[in-house]
Design a protein around this ligand. Structure first.
Ligand SMILES: [Ca+2]
Length: 92
């Protein structure tokens, strides 16, 4: 009984993270072409980290590393599936 509840809860968490990832994807995809470039990811990161320049540099590096890791087919851009998969995994 308890384990069923826990499993259900975990499943819901993943669905929520997937929905969150899709929303975030559309936000970052500023030209709306259905894929994310490094530039779009960096622009989004810069928009969200104002202030400390050392913190900003670290945020950009992290975004860049994340981009490389998420780009499974090494196409140089992220499609929604790649982004969602990476995001859900990184939030787990
Ligand atoms: Ca795009």
């Amino acid at each position: 009984m308890v384990s069923t509840l826990l499993t259900r809860k975990a499943g819901m968490g993943e669905r929520q993270r997937t929905a969150e990832a899709r929303r975030l994807f559309r936000k970052i995809d500023t030209n709306g072409d259905g894929s994310l470039t490094v530039q779009e990811v960096i622009d989004y990161t810069l928009d969200n980290y104002r202030g400390d320049s050392a913190e900003e540099a670290a945020a950009i590096r992290k975004a860049f590393d994340g981009f490389i890791a998420a780009d499974v087919d090494k196409s140089g851009s992220l499609d929604e599936a790649e982004f969602v998969q990476y995001y859900v995994k990184s939030q787990a």
